[in-house]
Design a protein around this ligand. Structure first.
Ligand code: PEP
Length: 250
């Protein structure tokens, strides 16, 4: 059975004291055993988060990492550095990294390989832009991103991959894909995986939806057959709204 997952991407929000306060708010909540919960604070607060959550069923993930294992890459963070502080999950390919930091599919393929070589689990983000959807090419774009970013992996590598389909037009905009639009794309993603690998493999991969998920719309989206949870931005910055989403699974 696939894992139900809700992951909070805190982006460049929360300094150390705000991070600790938000984690304490989350620690006061009961996490349902059936759902894996993750949070991705910014780099400088990862170590504190790991320590604070050591005895809690909440996983700490990084928001990015470099593709090289070490070297002259000023300002960058490696997989080994993350592992050394107890972080073994990483978000790669977020649309903000693709748009503002010009991360290409080829670069992301390298980052994914480096993460897996370091025995990390990757939350791989991808999704079409509004212009793609208005031109009716959203399925082609999504397939291409999967192909270029992940199809170099072997079937067994996929045990360490969580997919996050995030239509760019729905991120931070208040605009959400309808539950039917999300289901349609998730089913397409699963079919694409099945054609490249196997049906068993396609059925085993968790596919999260991301894009303006809130406590009020999460249940309907998560209720769809091929949606296994969500990657949450804005609504993950408040413990009550994040937990409203975590508790939205039927
Ligand atoms: C995101 O940044 O991954 C995201 C889904 O953001 P939001 O929930 O704010 O749309």
């Amino acid at each position: 059975m696939r894992r139900q997952i809700v992951a909070g991407n805190w982006k460049m929000n929360c300094d150390l004291s705000e991070t600790e306060a938000l984690i304490n708010d989350l620690k006061a909540q009961t996490i349902p055993e059936t759902t894996s919960v993750m949070i991705a604070p910014t780099y400088t607060n990862l170590q504190s988060a790991v320590k604070m959550l050591a005895d809690q069923p909440i996983t700490v993930a990084a928001q990015n990492m470099h593709q090289a294992s070490n070297g002259a890459y000023t300002g960058e963070i490696s997989a080994g550095m993350l592992k050394s502080i107890g972080v073994d999950h990483v978000i790669l390919g977020h649309s903000e990294r693709r748009a503002y930091f010009k991360e290409t599919d080829a670069l992301l393929a390298e980052k994914v390989s480096t993460a897996l070589e370091n025995k990390m689990t990757v939350i791989f983000c991808f999704g079409e832009e509004l212009v793609d959807r208005t031109h009716g090419r959203e399925f082609d774009v999504v397939k291409d991103q999967l192909k270029k970013g992940l199809f170099h992996l072997s079937e067994s590598d996929w045990g360490s991959i969580i997919l996050a389909y995030e239509p760019v037009w729905a991120i931070g905009t208040g605009e959400t894909a309808t539950p039917d639009q999300a289901q349609e794309m998730h089913a397409f993603i699963r079919k694409t995986l099945s054609e490249k690998y196997s049906d068993a493999m396609a059925q085993s991969v968790s596919i999260l939806y991301g894009g303006s998920v809130k406590p009020g719309n999460a249940a309907e989206i998560f209720g769809k057959e091929d949606v296994d949870g969500g990657l949450i931005g804005g609504a993950s910055l408040d413990a009550e709204s994040f937990m409203g989403i975590v508790n939205a699974f039927a």
